[in-house]
Design a binder for this molecule. Structure first.
Ligand code: SAM
Length: 329
């Protein structure tokens, strides 16, 4: 049974009245296309993400690419102990910032019940890819104002998201709050790099992130038209790739992912748009992430530089401590 959806403002139970979810204090939330919309304003800082995930609904799904790119990244972040935990019973998972669902696919395949949440209209792309069922529920909500009572999810999984929220520390606290005692929090976060000083992407981003989403998407397509052929020409040369990446704000994956040519282009369009239009792009060191998880009370903390920056996980201690001979993993 999924954890109950409550009013994100009052924490009160909701009843269904005239197609809306209403709490005792009168806060009303619509349900559109079968998705509870637990946000005050449909338009927010994540609008560009919404457009992006609805435009590139399938691009990064393993099943679409014929790859295991998302599975490998998720497994690495989850780690062996939490992966075993995830498979050891009927687990409740909160997928925070689900986008179109590259990780929804991986999480559903574990057999868990998955609640996929996103602030943007990406929830519609997610539903198009993975219909709601008795094991998959989709809710449009803000991670900083989640419509669930604390401590109800066995695993809270959040990859590619926290750096894009107004306050990474508040977001990590909100996510930790959702973990059931004895459960796991799995996260990643961007970290600092020299690219800010050596590449053109940060400069171009200063312009594109201020444009309306549709215009920014058009400019991204133009940039990809110009620079993608250069990346393709340099794909067999490390030096060539490094040089092209200095002048080009376009992101490509010739050097790390084996994909058909057309998919390389789709990934370039998608990830370049993502990198050029995000309102927030926070960076944290591994130590900062580790310390935040410590401050929250997490145990069995693992953190390392990998993937898109820092990958980390921790466990929430069970009430009353671990049973004798059990370990935190
Ligand atoms: C880069 S995308 C990653 C999506 C997905 N996790 C993936 O890896 O494909 C970041 C997602 O976080 C969502 N997001 C940003 N801020 C959020 C917030 N405060 N609450 C919920 N979702 C948020 C965006 O709408 C976007 O879909």
């Amino acid at each position: 049974m999924f954890p109950e959806i409550v009013c994100p403002i009052e924490g009160q139970p909701l009843s269904q009245t005239a197609g809306k979810l209403v709490c005792a204090r009168g806060h009303a939330w619509s349900v559109d296309a079968g998705i509870p919309r637990m946000i005050a304003d449909r338009h927010n800082y994540a609008d560009a993400f919404g457009l992006q995930w609805n435009t590139f609904r399938k691009t990064q799904l393993d099943s679409y690419c014929g790859s295991d790119i998302s599975l490998r990244r998720a497994r690495r972040c989850i780690g062996a102990a939490a992966w075993a935990f995830l498979h050891s019973g009927a687990r409740e998972v909160l997928e925070a910032g689900c986008g179109a669902g590259r990780f929804t696919e991986v999480l559903l395949a574990t057999g868990a019940s998955v609640t996929s949440v996103d602030l943007s209209s990406a929830v519609e792309a997610n539903q198009d890819n993975f219909a709601q069922s008795d094991r998959h529920r989709i809710v449009q909500a803000d991670l900083l104002n989640l419509p669930f009572a604390p401590g109800q999810f066995d695993v809270v999984f959040c990859l590619g998201v926290i750096q894009h929220t107004p306050s990474p520390e508040r977001t990590m606290a909100a996510l930790y709050d959702q973990v059931r005692p004895g459960g796991w929090l799995i996260i990643d976060h961007y970290t600092h790099s020299l690219s800010r000083y050596t590449k053109t992407l940060p400069l171009v981003r200063q312009v594109l992130r201020r444009l309306p989403p549709e215009q920014a998407m058009k400019w991204t397509a133009r940039l990809v038209d110009v620079f993608f052929p250069l990346h393709r020409a340099a794909r067999h040369s490390r030096v060539g790739h490094a040089l092209v990446s200095r002048v080009s704000p376009v992101l490509t994956y010739f050097h790390c992912h084996r994909l058909p040519e057309e998919l390389h282009r789709q990934w370039a369009l998608l990830d370049t748009h993502d990198a050029l239009t995000d309102r927030y792009k926070h960076k944290r060191t591994r130590k900062q992430i580790h310390q935040t998880l410590e401050r929250l009370g997490g145990v069995a903390i693992a953190s390392e530089y990998a993937g898109n920056g820092v990958e980390a996980r921790c466990r929430k201690p069970p009430r009353g401590g671990w049973p004798a001979r059990a370990s935190a993993g």
